[in-house]
Design a protein. Structure first.
Length: 381
């Protein structure tokens, strides 16, 4: 009886133990489920936050695009005005030289006419009619007529030449006045363009600061870089589809490894293959440069793409044939349009800091059949 009671008590304790274990497990499971839900809610909230950041950043990127395109156009206008000023100053210099020469000639003609009038005055007593009546010899008379005819024609030519010189001098003087007026207009226009450029650069900096504040998380930065890369690939693919065959045959770069010209002056930072953010790696190299410095084609090619791209700014892509392309980003202004054929070393853009860069530089890539290859192995040392 005692043994049975002990067995019954042991069973009761076992059942209680099992019940407690099951209860504890159930409680732990419930806690894990709650924790999992919390984690999932946090992930969803973070994703929504990133999506919101990217959506707002996209709007800001459009503002940045507009600001940088305006800057590019203003820079082109300033360069055009500078060329006009240079041409104007050269023409004014030529006109001043011409005016000086004409004044000298006018003075010489005045002196010649004065001498001639003086000679006529000195022989004024022997007027033409008197000389004719006093001549008895016909041959003398003929010589006198010829002499007077010669004097008359010579005097007429001098007077005509003098009149033409005076007219020409007046025209040159008027041209100089016009050129001076044009010069003043161009100088005023250039001053306004520089003021406009400063305002546009200030607006760009404000927009850039907003973008940097907006994309402050690691995940958002990675996502942004991936979006930029996809936008670049899409733009190149579309440009290739729309590209037209030009008159010049492009032979590629296969035989030019290590022989390509540098795209710009400045120290090259070989970023190719290095980690940029997360698992995203650099596809090209950077050249430190000065704003407005020339960007040159590394080899002959045809402009495949020339426009603004998020993350890359103002970009020119050259097709060199046989699947080879070179890409030039962060430019201040693009000087060539799609379809243009360019020669090796020809200036195609100006160094800048478009695409959200904090300092002027050139981003440079070489691709073969869409795959980035290390530019440092292809450029001259």
């Amino acid at each position: 009886m005692i043994a049975f009671r002990n067995i019954h008590q042991s069973l009761r304790l076992a059942v209680i133990g099992i019940s407690l274990t099951v209860g504890i497990c159930a409680l732990a499971s419930a806690q894990q489920s709650e924790e999992l839900k919390d984690i999932q809610a946090q992930i969803k909230q973070k994703q929504q936050q990133i999506e919101k950041q990217l959506a707002e950043a996209k709007q800001l990127q459009q503002q940045l695009k507009a600001a940088e395109l305006n800057i590019a156009q203003t820079v082109k206008n300033i360069e055009s005005t500078r060329q006009e000023l240079t041409s104007n100053q050269r023409q004014r210099k030529e006109l001043v030289g011409q005016q000086t020469s004409l004044k000298t000639q006018v003075k010489q003609q005045q002196q010649a006419l004065a001498n001639q009038l003086k000679s006529m005055y000195m022989v004024g007593e022997n007027d033409f009619a008197k000389m004719l009546f006093n001549l008895e010899d016909a041959s003398k008379m003929e010589r006198s007529l010829s002499y007077y005819r010669y004097l008359t024609e010579a005097r007429k030519k001098q007077i005509d030449a003098f009149r033409n010189l005076v007219i020409e001098l007046r025209e040159v003087s008027e041209q100089l006045l016009n050129k001076q007026h044009q010069l003043e207009v161009l100088e005023k226009e250039q001053t306004q363009q520089h003021i406009q450029l400063e305002q546009q650069q200030d607006l760009r900096q404000i927009t850039l600061s907003k973008i940097e504040k907006q994309i402050d998380s690691e995940a958002a930065k990675i996502e942004q870089l991936q979006i930029n890369e996809q936008a670049l690939l899409k733009a190149i693919e579309e440009a290739e589809r729309n590209a037209k065959q030009g008159p010049v045959k492009l032979t590629g770069l296969a035989s030019l490894k290590g022989k390509l010209n540098l795209p710009t002056q400045g120290k090259m930072r070989n970023m190719f293959g290095r980690i940029r953010q997360g698992q995203i790696r650099w596809k090209g190299v950077l050249f430190n440069g000065n704003t407005g410095a020339p960007v040159r084609a590394v080899h002959a090619g045809r402009v495949l793409y020339a426009d603004w791209l998020r993350g890359f700014g103002l970009v020119t892509v050259l097709n060199h044939g046989d699947g080879y392309m070179s890409l030039y980003g962060h430019n201040q202004a693009l000087l060539k349009k799609v379809g243009d054929t360019v020669q090796s070393g020809e200036t195609i853009a100006l160094v800048g800091q478009s695409g959200g860069q904090s300092s002027p530089n050139l981003y440079f890539e070489i691709r073969h059949k869409g795959t980035p290859i290390n530019p440092s192995q292809w450029l001259k040392k």
